[in-house]
Design a protein. Structure first.
Length: 219
């Protein structure tokens, strides 16, 4: 008798989550959960020059509609000004702009149990006539805490700002749209096939024994 075993993957959809499970054998499975986000943040960006063309950038943002407790973000990056276009390029690593011995930057979403960590790559166009700025970029997720432990993924953002010039620090205030998906992986147990085979074997043996007894009784 040939026994065909089929495995079934359950899909869980708690609120806005979607779990995709793939059996890998060996009694383990990997479940990927995707957490979509599309939220606005009211932002404050402070730009402080370090050299003639490189600045330290401290960012913060507050959202009233961000899910999963990600209603706040903070960041430290560095910017370099293109002398021809005036465009700013951002990087969390100051060595990318030729500067040493400066702290590595970061991007953090969330201020409570759930947090998302990442690195940022962005560009911003500056209009010094109208004192406005328009930027866009990506956040590459490198990890997290709470439900976002070991998180990966990429978030995109666009931002519009009003510039306030200062003697030492220039302040940009505006609004950013952050969107994309945050992904997490989790190892979950699969049913033990050995126990299943034993159970099926016992049922099959009982069925054959019963059929044999009925056949003997009819003779």
């Amino acid at each position: 008798m040939q026994v065909i075993l089929r495995s079934y993957t359950a899909r869980l959809v708690p609120v806005t989550l979607m779990l995709l499970g793939f059996g890998l054998g060996g009694g383990r499975a990997i479940a990927q959960t995707s957490y979509p986000i599309s939220s606005y943040y009211d932002t404050t960006v402070k730009v402080t020059p370090i050299t003639s063309d490189v600045s330290q950038v401290v960012e913060s943002g507050i959202s009233t509609d961000a899910p999963y407790g990600l209603n706040q973000y903070d960041g430290l990056t560095y910017s370099k000004t293109n002398p021809t276009t005036g465009e700013l390029t951002f990087n969390i690593d100051a060595t990318a702009f030729g500067l040493q011995d400066l702290p590595l930057g970061y991007i953090t979403f969330g201020s409570g149990t759930n947090k998302v960590f990442g690195t940022s790559d962005a560009t911003t166009a500056i209009d010094l006539v109208n004192l406005t700025a328009s930027g866009s970029g990506t956040v590459d997720i490198t990890g997290g805490e709470g439900i976002f432990k070991n998180a990966t993924g990429t978030l995109l953002f666009t931002e519009e700002d009003i510039i306030t010039l200062g003697e030492k620090t220039t302040t940009l205030k505006g609004r950013a749209l952050v969107y994309g998906s945050i992904n997490t992986l989790k190892t979950v147990p699969e049913p033990k096939t050995t126990t299943t085979l034993i159970g099926i074997g016992m049922i099959g043996a009982g069925f054959l024994l019963r059929r044999h007894r009925l056949k003997s009784a009819s003779c």
